[in-house]
Design a protein around this ligand. Structure first.
Ligand code: HEM
Length: 563
């Protein structure tokens, strides 16, 4: 064959592989590599007649990959692409790698908001992905008549690569709606009213420990003023509590500090999945890379050991592990260890970082807004009288509208899952109509809570400001000024069949800790602490990662928690 024909064959192969990829999105990494490695070999062999073997391989592979990538890029930005009519930056249309780059900086949620501000409620954020920030379309995306979870959930799995059995995927990473519904049943049972009472008891115990530890720090100081990174203490608390809930205790970060670097290990373990979830087929490869995959493997090992030890323990108190295992057994007759492991990891990640970031943000916004802080203190003191109690009484939370308003306002401004609620039409469904938009199979949709929550169509006035009062006003009030506070666009816990199953526990936790902190301490930013550094440090890495929040704490005159 002539050199020209061999080169033409190489180009044709590049185009054919692109066509094949178009039909079959590469998900199995090793088969993808095999295709890419083998396809240019025939032209390379034919070129050997005209040049050395090394030279022919170089030419054949370069031309093949050049053709493949050029063809992909041209197609993605061309008017024949199914998403061509949707606006968005060219870099987003060309490759998911751009999103990976943005995510690595941790400001994906803010970037997405700037995209919606510039392009409108529907933006093309990837070659085959749209971001939709339109309240009216939420039910068709996330609701009961909506779509199953999208490919992002495959890319963020923390289960070992060797475990290809989808039966062992955790609730959150199960994409098949039937399997998800089956897995969700035990979780629903485990979060029903009666088990919830048991968890609440555990939680109040840990909450009082937190207050006691912080009190101790104040009392150690000659002037009674302690200088603490409150975000770190709140993290300690939420891990200790989730450890109690998932593994029957054993973390003791509040008592001993984070000697083993558990928090650091977990945030490193989440960093890479946060990025490679956007290129799901790349996830198993990344995990296999020695240095890069090490934190994920280390966290997996830690979770495995904890789960195994809890699995073989005799149950002393009824924790989430107990209720989940019991519910799984009663539903299916068995309780496979890998599934229990996946669920325990899920509980720790979903339940700790989320609540701790909201709690830290509440402290941040209260200190930044002294008038609201004073108003909340008044409410707390009115309901839990200083001379009568040093703890909280959950039945009285219903009498605390301002507490609720403060929590809602922080969940609105800083939702801990700020940008990546992803859904996609089910394979074989033929696609899905979302309002006027036909979503083809192979296209994914993301809903960005951070953007929706700051949209002036839904929250007005002051959509970007902390203004808890908005939750207490009625939109029908005759104030003369435009006012909107649209709860339909408020989705910090998502919505529909895959919404947050832990919401009641999370809300209880938030109310308890905030009431106790406000009840017992006077808090201010520490001298020299730059409050802006807090918001700068918030990073969207699967959940909201955070930096230091240095505060000065002084004990208020109340009944002591100790004794
Ligand atoms: C303020 C605290 C919390 C917030 C804002 C929050 C938010 C969320 C969101 C947005 C989702 C849905 C993700 C999606 O649709 O893609 C979710 C799912 C989930 N959350 Fe939470 N969460 C919180 C606390 C908790 C707690 C305390 C637990 C208890 C273990 C928990 C357990 C879960 C589980 C198991 C799922 C998966 C549900 C499913 O796939 O069906 N979360 N959470």
């Amino acid at each position: 064959m002539s050199r020209r024909d061999a080169l033409a064959l190489d180009i044709l192969l590049g185009l054919a592989v692109h066509l094949w990829f178009n039909k079959h999105e590469p998900v199995v990494s090793w088969s993808l590599f095999a295709i890419l490695a083998v396809a240019p070999t025939p032209p390379a062999a034919l070129l050997c007649e005209h040049m050395t073997a090394l030279h022919s391989a170089l030419v054949a592979y370069s031309l093949f990959f050049g053709t493949l990538f050029t063809s992909i890029v041209i197609y993605r930005i061309s008017p024949i692409h199914p998403l061509a009519k949707y606006p968005g930056p060219v870099l987003c249309k060309v490759s998911q790698l751009w999103t990976v780059w943005i995510v690595s900086g941790g400001k994906q949620h803010q970037y997405r908001k700037t995209l919606h501000d510039a392009y409108g409620p529907v933006v093309r954020i990837g070659p085959n992905e749209l971001s939709i920030a339109d309240k009216d379309l939420l039910p068709a995306i996330l609701g009961t008549q909506g779509m199953p979870k999208g490919p992002l959930f495959s890319g963020r799995r923390l289960t070992p690569i060797s475990d290809k059995n989808s039966e062992n995927y955790s609730l959150i990473s199960s994409r098949d709606p039937q399997r998800h519904a089956q897995l969700r049943k035990p979780w629903n049972k485990a979060f029903a009213n009666s088990p919830l009472k048991d968890y609440e008891e555990l939680m109040v115990h840990r909450a009082l420990q937190l207050i006691e530890e912080l009190q101790g720090l104040c009392q150690q100081q000659p002037d009674g003023v302690s200088h603490v990174d409150i975000a770190r203490w709140i993290n300690f608390f939420s891990f200790d509590f989730m450890g109690d809930l998932a593994f029957n205790g054993g973390f003791e970060l509040m008592r001993d500090g984070d000697k083993d670097g558990l928090l650091r290990r977990m945030s490193s373990a989440l960093f890479y999945p946060a990025m490679c979830q956007h290129v799901p087929w790349f996830s198993p490869i990344l995990r296999a890379v020695p240095y890069v995959g090490a934190p994920m493997r280390a966290f997996g090992k830690f979770a495995f050991q904890r789960t195994q030890s809890r699995y073989t323990q005799e149950v002393k108190r009824k924790d989430l592990f107990y209720y989940l295992t019991e519910a799984i057994i009663s539903d299916s007759g068995t309780s496979p260890f890998p599934l229990i492991l996946a669920n325990s990891v899920l509980a720790i990640i979903a339940g700790s970082d989320t609540t701790s970031s909201v709690l830290s943000n509440i402290v941040y916004y209260l200190i930044s807004n002294p008038t609201d802080y004073a108003r909340l203190r008044e409410e707390v003191d009115l309901v839990f009288r200083p001379t009568e109690t040093s703890s909280v009484h959950p039945e009285l939370f219903t009498e605390m509208p301002f507490l609720n308003a403060v929590i809602n306002e922080v969940l609105r401004l800083q939702p801990p899952v700020p940008s990546s609620l992803q859904r996609a039409p089910m394979l074989g469904s033929g696609g899905k109509l979302v309002g006027p938009h036909y979503i083809k199979e192979g296209t994914a949709i993301q809903v960005p809570p951070y953007t929706l929550h700051r949209d002036p169509r839904y929250f007005y006035p002051l959509p970007d400001e902390f203004w808890p009062e908005r939750w207490l006003k009625s939109s029908t009030e005759e104030t003369g000024d435009k006012f909107v506070c649209d709860r339909g666009a408020f989705i910090p816990f998502s919505m529909g069949p895959a919404n947050c199953v832990g919401k009641p526990l999370a809300m209880f936790e938030l109310k308890t800790i905030v009431s106790l902190l406000v009840m017992h301490f006077e808090m201010k930013f520490d001298d020299g602490f730059d409050p802006k550094s807090w918001e700068r440090g918030l990073k969207d890495h699967l959940v909201l990662a955070k930096g230091e929040l240095m505060v000065k704490m002084v004990l208020r005159e109340r009944v002591s928690v100790v004794g």
